[in-house]
Design a binder for this molecule. Structure first.
Ligand SMILES: *Cc1c(COP(=O)(O)O)cnc(C)c1O
Length: 389
């Protein structure tokens, strides 16, 4: 490998973010891993690979650098980078599922994850049972009821920011012979380390905080299980939903500043949540950092801080929520999250429109904020004027 990680996993988080998988280029000394825009590699005689690379769907040095860095940040042995979070999820499900496999999924799962289970994998006989993962008795009952391939955990969830107890669910799942998969997109490896809490595989949409600048779509899978990693490597290549070298380079550039960005996202989100909680037009603020949040104590144990996502409900129902979304000036109306710029959206009509009419439907008066790293005073002033109408 051109960029063998020279970091031990005992180095600090930011040191690994900046150096893991990213030793200077052996040929030129370039400090930043180059974008290897190549599909194939010259061989010294048939099968004589110079650095282990033969074709870029199988492996590409820029992607390897990202995969090693992502694995290191999650404290994992193996990382895999994909063209999107959903491409990674698809590869994972094709790796661990077979017709008849049954999954327990969050009853407020990310809409795209739910849709993939319900409308793509369901056609091949894969079942998904939505369960409130905050209710451990319900999780236990669900995995004991029928053989379960895996419990799919998302915490905090999107957009209702439910907090699930990863360690407790891992124990329940393990006792039932089920895998534990954790979508760590919202928390990022900086705030939460699912493998250390007993998860088998971590899923990322690197489109969000890992990339962090709203300029790339990508996905990642990490695991420390050698058996699963071997299967995932086979499926990553056999299915081919890989991250291209430029996309991998952008995500890697984002990862280097993940820790400082997350600190600022958390600082700003705490201020925004406190501001909204005191606002007369806001009926409920959903943020794990607030003591009023049912998962606050658990989040305090399980996460380093509470993240940059804040959801809230307004007086006046759906019409009022839509109006607030349309009135912000600094905060951009748009889907997605986790970038340096603040985004506002109406989950019911935007990100979660695909789950309308299902168990996963979200309240019509709900507004979701991805709190960016702008100056907090500007964000508070913008929300103030948007709520004033
Ligand atoms: C965005 C997102 C995904 C899907 O990732 P894409 O990169 O959009 O394919 C999965 N899970 C969560 C929690 C997300 O926010």
């Amino acid at each position: 490998m051109a960029y063998a990680a020279q970091m031990s996993n005992t180095s600090g988080f930011s040191t690994r973010a900046i150096h893991a998988g990213q030793a200077p280029d052996p040929t030129t000394g370039a400090v930043v891993p180059p974008i290897y825009a190549t599909s194939t590699y010259a061989q010294d005689g048939v099968g004589g690979l110079r650095a282990g690379y033969e074709y870029s769907r199988s492996a590409n040095p820029t992607r390897t650098a990202l995969e090693e860095c992502l694995a290191s940040l999650e404290g994992a042995r193996h990382g895999f980078a994909f063209a999107s979070g959903l491409a990674g999820e698809d590869t994972l499900l094709r790796t661990v599922a077979a017709p008849g496999s049954r999954f327990v999924i969050p009853n407020d799962a990310y809409g795209g994850t739910y849709r993939q289970f319900a409308r793509v994998h369901a056609r091949w006989g894969v079942q998904a049972q939505p369960v409130a993962l905050t209710d451990l008795d319900a999780v236990r009952a669900a995995v004991q009821e029928q053989p379960t391939t895996a419990v799919w955990v998302e915490t905090p969830t999107n957009p209702l920011l439910g907090v699930a107890d990863i360690a407790a669910i891992a124990e329940i799942a393990r006792a039932a012979g089920a895998l534990v998969i954790v979508d760590n997109t919202f928390a990022t490896p900086y705030l939460q380390q699912p493998l250390a809490l007993g998860a088998d595989v971590v899923v990322h949409s690197t489109t969000k905080y890992c990339g962090g600048h709203s300029d790339v779509v990508g996905g990642g899978l990490v695991t420390s299980r050698d058996d699963l990693a071997e299967e995932l490597r086979f499926h990553q290549n056999a299915i081919g939903g890989v991250a291209g070298p430029f996309d991998a380079w952008l995500v890697l550039r984002g990862l280097r500043t993940l820790a400082v960005r997350m600190e600022r996202h958390c600082d700003n989100a705490e201020l925004v949540a406190a501001f909204l909680a005191a606002h007369p037009r806001v009926t409920e603020v959903i943020y794990p950092g607030l003591e009023s949040h049912p998962g606050h104590e658990l989040a305090s144990r399980q996460m380093r801080r509470f993240g940059g996502m804040v959801s809230f409900r307004v007086t006046g129902g759906e019409a009022a929520a839509l109006e607030v979304c349309g009135r912000t000036r600094v905060i951009t109306l748009g889907e997605s999250l986790g970038g340096v710029e603040s985004l506002i959206e109406h989950p019911g009509k935007m990100t979660h429109a695909s789950v309308a009419g299902t168990q996963l439907e979200v309240p019509a008066d709900l507004v979701r904020l991805s709190v960016g790293i702008e100056d907090a005073e500007d964000l508070l002033a913008d929300l103030d004027q948007a709520l004033a109408g």
